[in-house]
Design a protein around this ligand. Structure first.
Ligand code: P6P
Length: 337
């Protein structure tokens, strides 16, 4: 009977190909896997264990926190800070970076994460996910500061997400393509179910929050109007639209069947003094790494996301990612003004 390849097997195999590997990276990915399995269990149980609903508090983003936002954040911090694989953490839910307790063993990695992305969906039982980005920690720094985390997306060692949907799936890149794993809850293992995700360069499916259309810049309006004009318009083909309001679900759909996802700069976010809605360090950068490794592209509409020199842990950026030719078209429209 063929048992298949577990996430752990896959990581150990990857480690064999990295001469300098000490096993620490393998340990870190195992810690992340344990955290995601725990969160998956909590999400699955939902109202059975009173983890849904508002926590009656706000996070650093000024967003109302769900109980599961806080619980998932605590699960991630606990799982990643006790085994000596990280030197520091940064979370969407925490204003400041997280240092380890005095005396705790430090590792060589920094992890930035959104513990429960799309959590506005959690109370209506729609897919949510965890997003993580792994960077190298500065040598010999016991308590990394925020500036130590402010590395461009090109410096990511690995990135991934865990999608809590009809099935729980872990999607991971370490720079050698994108692999997908499905959680077998009977044995508690993530089993590899796709060895090489690849995104078609063209698509007929776009994802954007249409309710913001009156706030969009002209290049975005031009692109979406052409999609809506269908086969009788400029594009000569009909388009379908999706919007889950959970970035992990949108990116996963794009990895599975293609498409383009957009959360562009608009006058609504600019009026709040923000450069976009989505966060660079723990949403846009990790998802861009995954998308590029699967043959897609990811820009702000004006520049490659992974080239951005970060200015803050919670910095926001516009996001256009997915099918290479569609992203290049949107980016070209921005350059044409
Ligand atoms: P809106 C979830 O809050 C999130 O950060 C992404 O996961 C998602 O793509 C986007 O915001 C949804 O935004 O404005 O449609 O609620």
């Amino acid at each position: 009977m063929h048992i298949g390849t577990t996430l752990t097997n896959c990581i150990i195999e990857t480690q064999r190909n990295i001469k300098s590997a000490t096993g620490e990276f393998t340990g870190l990915l195992n810690d992340i896997s344990v955290a995601c399995k725990k969160i998956s269990d909590l999400v699955d149980k939902g109202d059975l264990i009173d983890v849904l609903g508002s926590a009656e508090s706000e996070n650093v983003q000024g967003e109302t926190q769900k109980k599961l936002d806080i619980i998932s954040n605590e699960v991630f911090i606990s799982a990643l800070s006790q085994n000596g694989h990280v030197a520091g953490l940064a979370s969407e839910e925490m204003d400041e970076v997280i240092n380890l307790p005095e005396g705790a063993v430090r590792g060589h990695y920094l992890v930035l994460f959104d513990p429960l992305d799309g959590s506005s969906n959690i109370d209506v039982n729609v897919s949510v996910g965890t997003i993580f980005s792994i960077l190298r920690a500065p040598e010999g720094v016991a308590n990394p500061r925020a500036e130590d985390f402010l590395q461009p997306g090109t410096r990511q060692v690995a990135a991934g997400y865990c999608l809590y949907g009809p099935s729980t799936m872990m999607v991971l890149t370490t720079g050698q393509g994108v692999k997908m794993f499905t959680l077998d809850k009977d044995i508690g293992e993530f089993m590899m179910t796709k060895g090489e995700a690849s995104i078609p360069e063209d698509t007929q499916e776009f994802a954007i929050n249409m309710s913001n259309s009156r706030f969009w810049e002209a290049p975005v309006k031009r692109y979406i109007d052409e999609c809506l004009a269908g086969k009788d318009g400029e594009r000569g083909k009909d388009f379908n639209m999706r919007w889950v309001a959970s970035m992990v679900a949108e990116v996963h759909r794009i990895l599975q069947r293609g498409g383009v996802f957009m959360y562009p700069l608009d006058s609504k976010t600019m009026a709040k003094g923000q450069e976009g809605k989505l966060r660079l360090m723990y949403e846009a950068n990790p998802m861009s790494f995954i998308i590029e490794q699967a043959g897609g592209a990811a820009t702000t509409g004006r520049e490659r996301i992974m080239d951005i020199d970060p200015q803050g842990i919670h910095q926001r950026v516009p996001v256009v990612l997915g099918a290479k030719n569609e992203v290049e078209r949107v980016t070209r429209y921005h350059s044409e003004g």
